[in-house]
Design a protein around this ligand. Structure first.
Ligand SMILES: [Fe+2]
Ligand SMILES: [Fe+2]
Length: 267
């Protein structure tokens, strides 16, 4: 039987990012014959956070699971759905008192193939949370007893922390994919024991920006040290993602390919 074909999209930033998903995802679905689609949605609502309406809009585009990160609680409406909708994940290594869940297992349309998605948050240059390495290690046995196909989103600032987690989980999961820095890195590879890895998948949003925000206010913030309103940028919108092929029996990665598509070339 064929390998499982998965698309994982980087942080969707505001309505320009959602528009890119809405227009481009159906084409990618056809082009790559996708079985399963994941996206990091932590910036999807107004550039920060998630709301029920935005989640439903993204699920209607064909996304199966939304991961998140440090901005998960930015919109209070997310509390209405985080405990109910199993397709929305928050980082596993947040406080044990956080609502929601850090991993889930999802069944493909064939009714039998199961895929696990785990969402982790880094600690270097970020708010304090539990250790992502130890936290995932605690859960991995339970998860791999249910399926060998396991995708990990490591939402982190430091390249070193993400690479270290890739090596730490090599052979235990199908992929370790970095998010949060919003800039696609050119280091995609399959590690020796079969885990697909990339330091950052990139973002779905405006490329003429500072990681998805309007340029002027970000520069002002750096120059003055005074907090500014960061508005979502709208120019030169891309969809950035990786395409993965995973062996359905062993859970090992067969290929990882970077994707970067311009919204204007579809309009
Ligand atoms: Fe983030
Ligand atoms: Fe982000």
């Amino acid at each position: 039987m064929d390998n499982i074909k998965i698309l994982f999209m980087g942080d969707i930033v505001g309505s320009p990012g959602r528009e890119a998903v809405k227009v481009i995802l159906p084409k990618l679905k056809e082009e790559y014959k996708l079985d399963f689609i994941v996206a990091n949605g932590e910036n999807a609502a107004g550039g920060s956070g998630l709301t029920p309406k935005v989640c439903m809009e993204l699920f209607d585009c064909g996304i199966d699971v939304l991961t998140s990160g440090d901005h998960i609680w930015r919109k209070k409406e997310v509390f209405e759905i985080i405990d109910k909708d199993l397709r929305i994940l928050r980082p596993l290594n947040l406080s044990k008192f956080s609502p929601g869940r850090g991993w889930g297992i999802y069944t493909l349309k064939d009714g039998k193939t199961k895929i696990a998605v785990i969402n982790l948050l880094g600690r270097v240059f970020m708010e304090p949370v539990d250790c992502p390495f130890l936290k995932v290690q605690e859960e991995i046995e339970n998860i791999s007893a249910q399926t060998k196909i396991i995708l990990v989103d490591i939402h982190a600032e430091a390249t070193s922390e993400k690479i270290a987690l890739g090596w730490f989980l090599d052979g235990q999961v199908s992929s370790v994919l970095g998010t949060h820095t919003h800039v696609q890195t050119a280091d995609e590879r399959i590690l020796p024991k079969g885990t697909a890895y990339i330091t950052d998948v990139g973002m779905c949003g405006a490329f003429d920006s500072v990681i998805g925000r309007k340029i002027e206010n970000v520069i002002k913030r750096f120059i003055t040290n005074i907090p500014q309103r960061f508005e979502v940028a709208e120019e030169n919108v891309n969809l950035e993602a990786v395409f993965l092929e995973i062996d359905r029996f062993t859970g090992k990665a067969v290929s990882i390919q970077r994707i970067k598509r311009k919204l204007t070339s579809y309009e």
